[in-house]
Write a protein that binds this ligand. Structure first.
Ligand SMILES: [Zn+2]
Length: 115
C-alpha cells in the first residue's frame, strides 16, 4: 500500500522481487520490510520501484535484480477516469545487471511472477 504523490490517493498492489546474489543474500522478511518501508512515503509508482531497486543494489550488490510492481491506482478510480476498475492497474518494472542482457533470465523471472 502506498500513496500517489499527485493526488494523495491510495496505490494498492503487489511487488515481486527477484535477484541473483553476489556475495550476499537477503532474508525473506527483509525484502518485505524494504518494500513496506518505501511504500510508506508518497510517490509515483515508477519511483517506488527504482527506490526499492537502488536500496537492494547498494545493500547486497546482486548480479541480477528485478523489481516488478502491479498496482491499482485509486486516484484513477475515484476521479472516474474512463474504463473499468481493471484499467487502473499499472505495471512497472525495474531490471538491473545480468537480467538486462540475458533474455532467458528475464523470461524466467517474468514467468515465475505471473499470476
Ligand atoms: Zn494519482
Amino acid at each position: 500500500m502506498s500513496v500517489c504523490s499527485h493526488h494523495w490517493q491510495t496505490i494498492s498492489g503487489k511487488c515481486a522481487i527477484g535477484y541473483i546474489p553476489g556475495k550476499h543474500i537477503l532474508g525473506l522478511s527483509k525484502l518485505s520490510r524494504i518494500v513496506e518501508w518505501f511504500s510508506r512515503r508518497g510517490q509515483i509508482q515508477e519511483e517506488l520501484g527504482e527506490q526499492i531497486a537502488d536500496y537492494i543494489e547498494n545493500l547486497i550488490h546482486p548480479r541480477a535484480l528485478g523489481v516488478v510492481i502491479k498496482a491499482k491506482h485509486y486516484c484513477m478510480i475515484s476521479r472516474g477516469v474512463k474504463g473499468s476498475e481493471t484499467d487502473s492497474m499499472m505495471i512497472t518494472s525495474v531490471m538491473r545487471g545480468l537480467i538486462l542482457e540475458d533474455f532467458n533470465l528475464r523470461n524466467e523471472f517474468l514467468k515465475l511472477i505471473e499470476e
